[in-house]
Design a protein around this ligand. Structure first.
Ligand code: ZN
Length: 96
């Protein structure tokens, strides 16, 4: 098995070393509410828009998957703030 490289800090993870796999799935959700109060939706036009959209692009609109390899340190850093929110009180030493 060849060495892996941390997706975040580029550190080489040697065979046998602990590493983490991070999979992020982003997909469209729908609560069933169609909001037509504010704007007039021409269904035929909307449908044409969808049809003219390249399929892979449309796919990306509704589903996206990321796959990363993380070293233990980057895993800690990632888990401390997965959404990359403004740090505020959280202090992370990023001098890797
Ligand atoms: Zn790392």
């Amino acid at each position: 098995m060849s060495s892996q490289i941390c997706s975040r800090c580029r550190k080489v993870i040697n065979p046998g070393d602990l590493f983490y796999r991070l999979t992020i799935k982003v997909f469209a959700d729908f609560d069933g509410v169609i909001n037509i109060k504010d704007r007039k939706i021409d269904l035929d036009k909307e449908f044409e828009k969808i049809k003219s959209c390249p399929e892979d692009l449309l796919e990306e609109e509704v589903y996206k998957e990321f796959d990363f390899i993380l070293c233990p340190r980057c895993k800690e850093i990632y888990c401390a703030n997965p959404l990359y929110l403004p740090l505020g009180e959280i202090k992370i030493d990023d001098n890797v």
